[in-house]
Design a binder for this molecule. Structure first.
Ligand code: M6R
Length: 610
């Protein structure tokens, strides 16, 4: 998830690009860059770190141009550094572009381009696009046609803006899967990944759809498909405030991030499944895959929500890979001189990649000679850099302190790792294919659950004054109970506990009365009958029950006060679905209590101190 902005007109584009990038910084902030044309020459300035550092660098250069593009990066391929920052240019520096998205077939395209003699400067997937377009320019096509032909070969997602010094009167832009909006001005036009970057200059916008290419000149706009069909586009008037726009029109980042989950899970899966073999391909683990498959024990270490993801990972690894797996809080692991054997593999899961306890635990394990692996969201973060190998979750920047989309992406990546190992062990191709097919269906099932938002808000109204909550689940859904309780505590300040449902009778049952709401995570799986018994035990004691159940389960409605129905999937993937209503429930209760959802008291997004 990166931010892109572009300008063509009569004004100096440099301050417009910098202002736009500042507004887009929430989309990515590990490096930034601009590319402009001056007297048919291309000038590119890039900087690692925040846009303010780029701004300082640019101030000294005193640049002026009427056409330019700018980018703020959230790394997916290649660490955050100046070389990997955008724009990327062709080998003679006449063509440059900015890209938001992921190119799935970039390895294949890169191989072909290397054979043609193209030299790559960065580790990014984006750089293949600029050389691919260049290869068509070299065959004599104009810029627009070259972009169309190149995009016919590209698999994956993109929001692109491209400038060519030999056609200095235009910016060509294109979109598939990544947002892109064109701003129409008077004698000037704009492009951006979202309207917040250009709203200060125009309220007239055109939204590009997937597979569309647009040509922006200073006083004209036209659009075609990548297959060269002319299209008419409608101009819309923006009525939202800038503040609303940053949050994608949602009231809070947390809600925006909950709603993004179909897309973020898709991004975690993108390009990582090999359908015909019923397995996954994870480039970041390729050097260690044999060692990992042969490991005698897997340890998973993390904090908070990431630790809950680890617990689900334990169930997955033991069920399918048949490797004994243990999950431990990083804060405990780091101080208890853990026993680490020669054939242990240790995963460190962290959204930020900077959590102090997880980082210290990782360094301790590395020092003891273990194979240390990361599952991180932030590319180039300390854990990502210091582990021997790892997998990025590709969830994009998570701003809300309560982790939501990072969790479902972590579960998705754990499922992909399970497939990778299990297929190399005992899992059959057919069973691997079932898991892969089910995984691919998860994003649309999440979409379906998100449609229950209003229904869940009504349930939140009923329970907003509760002072305690109990969350109960079994098997794969026990960690979901813990995660649901954590979400409730951290943003609504309601005391909440998660337990394996069967543990209730060993203590928590004493708490049950008409003032104790109990959330049961009760999808139809092999423990369903058992959990129904637990529901009856709570019912008998007057507890108020909310159940997360499957769509085809009509029986459970008779036993509980409220049901939230989620689609069915295989057991190992169920947590990715069952957690979504719990995120929404916590969110709505916190909003109704008038609390600061995105920045709850006493909490920080990244806990970089002990
Ligand atoms: O960045 P990390 O995943 O390492 O962070 C770990 C925890 O601090 C984090 O999950 C925390 O528990 C969240 N606030 C939960 O929503």
């Amino acid at each position: 998830m990166c931010g892109i902005v572009g300008y063509i007109g009569n004004k100096n584009c440099v301050p417009i690009l910098i202002n736009g990038l500042k507004r887009l910084e929430y989309r990515g902030y590990d490096s930034a860059g601009i590319g402009i044309l001056t007297d048919d020459n291309a000038i590119i300035v890039k900087q690692k770190g925040k846009v303010s550092l780029l701004e300082e660098k640019i101030e000294e250069l005193n640049l002026y141009s009427n056409i330019g593009i700018g980018h703020t990066r959230w790394a997916t391929h290649g660490i955050p550094n100046e070389m990997n920052a955008h724009p990327h240019s062709n080998n003679d520096g006449t063509l440059f572009l900015i890209h938001n998205g992921i190119i799935e077939n970039f390895h294949v395209l890169k191989k072909g381009l290397l054979k043609l003699g193209y030299q790559f400067k960065s580790e990014t997937d984006s750089e293949v696009i600029v050389h691919l377009i260049d290869s068509f320019l070299k065959k004599g096509f104009d810029l627009t046609k070259s972009v169309q032909l190149a995009l016919n070969e590209v698999e994956g997602t993109y929001g692109l803006a491209i400038v060519y010094s030999k056609e200095p009167d235009k910016i060509v832009v294109a979109r598939k899967g990544s947002p892109l909006v064109v701003g129409i001005g008077d004698g000037e036009n704009f492009v951006a990944s979202d309207v917040s970057a250009i709203l200060a200059y125009t309220k007239q916008v055109i939204y590009l759809e997937d597979g569309e290419v647009a040509i922006l000149k200073k006083d004209s706009f036209s659009a075609k498909t990548i297959y060269d069909k002319e299209i008419e586009k409608e101009v819309h008037e923006i009525t939202m405030s800038l503040d609303e726009i940053d949050r994608g029109g949602y009231a809070h980042f947390m809600l925006k991030e909950i709603m993004e989950q179909p897309e973020t899970v898709r991004n975690s899966i993108r390009g990582r499944i090999i359908d015909e073999d019923g397995t996954s391909i994870l480039g970041g683990l390729s050097d260690v895959v044999n060692e990992l498959t042969d490991s005698k024990r897997i340890l998973i270490t993390a904090c908070g929500t990431s630790w809950h993801a680890g617990l689900v990972g334990e169930y997955m690894f033991e069920q399918f890979c048949r490797i004994p797996t243990e999950v431990e809080y990083a804060s405990e692991f780091r101080y208890r001189n853990p026993i680490i054997e020669k054939n242990d593999a240790i995963f460190f899961i962290s959204q930020s990649g900077e959590t102090a306890d997880t980082l210290a635990a990782m360094r301790e394990a590395k020092m003891k000679g273990a194979l240390v692996l990361g599952i991180c969201n932030v590319v180039g973060s300390s854990i990502a850099r210091e582990t021997n190998a790892g997998v990025y979750t590709h969830a994009g920047p998570e701003i809300g302190v309560a982790s939501t989309k990072a969790f479902t992406s972590q579960l998705t990546v754990l499922a992909l790792i399970t497939l990778l190992i299990a297929r190399r062990k005992n899992l059959s191709r057919v069973d691997g294919k079932t898991i892969a097919d089910e995984l691919k269906l998860i994003p649309e099932k999440i979409e379906k659950i998100l449609k229950l938002n209003n229904e869940i808000e009504k349930i939140a109204e009923e329970f907003k004054d509760a002072t305690n909550f109990l969350y109960l689940g079994r098997g794969y859904n026990f960690p979901v109970a813990l995660e649901g309780a954590l979400k409730m505590k951290e943003i609504s300040y309601i005391h909440a506990e998660g337990y394996p449902a069967a543990e209730m009778k060993h203590g928590p049952i004493a708490l049950i009365d008409e003032n104790m709401p109990v959330v049961f995570i009760a999808p139809k799986d092999s423990t369903y009958e058992k959990i129904i018994s637990n529901i009856q035990e709570v019912k008998a004691r007057g507890g108020r029950i909310i159940a997360i159940a499957n769509e085809d389960d009509n029986e459970i409605d008779k036993l509980v006060d409220y049901t939230i129905k989620v689609p069915q999937t295989i057991r190992m993937l169920m947590p990715i679905l069952t957690v979504i209503p719990l995120q929404l429930l916590a969110y709505h209760i916190a909003v109704k209590k008038g609390l600061n959802v995105d920045q709850p008291r006493n909490l920080a997004k990244s806990v970089t101190v002990e």
